[in-house]
Design a binder for this molecule. Sequence first.
Ligand code: BG6
Length: 579
Amino acid sequence: MMRGLVSATYAFTTSQKRAPEDAATELTATRTPFPDEFAPGSLPRWRSAAQRRGRGPIPPTTAAEIGWATMNSYVNPLRDPQDRRLPRIAGPCVLVIFGVTGDLSRKKLMPAVYDLANRGMLPPGFGLVGFARRDWADQDFAQVVHDAVKENARTPFREEVWEQLLEGIRFVPGTFDDDQSFERLRDTIRDLDTARGTGGNHAFYLSIPPSSFEQVMTQLRRHGMTERHEGNWNRVVIEKPFGHDLESARELDDVVSVLFEPHEVFRIDHYLGKETVQNMLALRFANQMFEPIWNNHYVSHVEITMAEDIGIGGRAGYFDGIGIARDVIQNHLLQLLALTAMEEPTSFEAGQLRAEKKKVLAAARVPDRYDLHTARGQYAAGWQGGRPVIGYLEEDGVPEGSTTETYAAMRVDIDNRRWAGVPFYLRSAKRMPRRVTEVALSFKRAPHLPFTATDTEELGTNALVMRIQPDEGVTLRFGAKVPGTQMEIREVSMDFGYGGSFTESSPEAYERLILDVLLGDPPLFPQQEEVELSWKILDPVIEYWASLKQQPEQYASGTWGPASGREMLARDGFSWRRP
Ligand code: BG6
């Protein structure tokens, strides 16, 4: 039962500052004080959009006191959003990171925040708040950020940028179950809003295990940090894994969507923030020459490879029991597949882009007979970069006899007119000979070759390879005449490399994605439906593997994976490209 509801109606104005999806929300919403039921662990499951709009309140005076509405409704009349010379700069806001002591935060998030500041993408009114179970003062946290930036930032360290950032850095010590910690967090944010003019705009980055999402989000709500006011915003950022199967992904969404509107939730799949991944859209849709051959009339098969040379390092706690398929195929590789196979969206507006990706994911499935069309493996000891390395089962924290796969490959068919009959092969693995991610379209043989068989012995297959990393670019492979009096055709490559063609270095994926969160720009963030469709593709395969109750096939570290992976393609008459 909700007790003591006092409704107050307030109006949203559709100012230009608001993201398109924000603008689409209804013009009025009812505010209710915070009901007693919102104690941690007792989330009410009221799900309709209208019901979800009933947010906890902030004292009506607060917004006026801080002057949010005035600050946020200002629109610079000289700024034209179409003008590419003007960088996209976030408005005043606070970024709160939960899990600041983790690897992701140290290696990616804090350096990305600095790089954004260094590139002038953050406003002077910016605050960075860390929350963690550490007995730290603001200066201690600032030192941690400073070290992380020095060690991992992409752009050079500049004292004046750091000094500016430092002014907005705060730390809140606390635990997720402690009300007082969240009260301190709320007060800290409000102080920043006043002192730094951050305007009541807050992004909460949950770089924490998904099992803690519910508790943290509930605490945010309980302590009045999720309500909206005219012109201000609250957003929550969640990192994959989005569940470990379809059911758990839905449960997670139940938790998230009770507290946040869909447009306030930013799910990070960092592959979508990579320049080269976005270039797939440019390559396909800015050019005329690829589209006519981008279908089953010309393409014989597609290979999507994400290979890493590293093992699991110290991540056994996260990785074991999860495995590579859930870790990266469910998200990164299926997103790459969706971008490769989707139809042209009518625009790059989030709704249009997602609609096209969803259609592909809904039509994609691993063909039955998982014994023939999937393969999995586990790295054994071997050699990596000239040094002997241990096998997965010897890694710290991996339980004896673990059946977690570190290599996964599967064929995915897309049941639509464009792709029927074209297998998409996905593979991902740890401890491969080198780190490489690419999407390769192989083309059919020309229907007739007016050469003798010996002329074309070294022709190979025509291929278009989108090199996602590390050597970012695009390769086109085709046959050319070897100079000489004989007609001899040999395979050659035509290369576009980012390094050679542009002087700008690519921003890190997290720079782009954090900036988009702060700007409220949603196209690069998958929505729940995409997450669910991806689990629908993967779940049956994982269930099948679990039912085998066998050890995955071993492969020596530093090799291209188990024999079953090669056999899977050989059965269809193909072999893996050597990236
Ligand atoms: C993460 C996975 O999503 O991507 C890690 O959880 C993996 O296991 C990482 O190492 C690889 O990212 P990148 O950007 O280096 O390809």
